[in-house]
Design a binder for this molecule. Structure first.
Ligand code: FES
Length: 63
């Protein structure tokens, strides 16, 4: 399932970036471009990242 249509980023891809160390939507966006188009997916991207990283220590800020 796609999270970001503009950049063709899937839920699985977001999970992979989180598992590889991305702890914020911005960090995921830097790695794959999700959320850098129309912006419609940002809320969903934020929810997915929060769910995947719950309980993990943040290594990057969301500034
Ligand atoms: S759907 Fe993600 S930026 Fe447009």
């Amino acid at each position: 399932m796609f999270v970001c249509i503009c950049r063709a980023v899937t839920v699985d891809e977001v999970h992979e970036h989180c598992d590889a160390g991305a702890r914020t939507p911005d960090a995921v966006s830097e790695r794959c471009g999700a959320g850098e188009g129309c912006g419609t997916c940002i809320e969903r991207l934020t929810q997915i990242v929060a769910s995947r990283t719950a309980g993990r220590v943040a290594t990057t800020s969301a500034a």
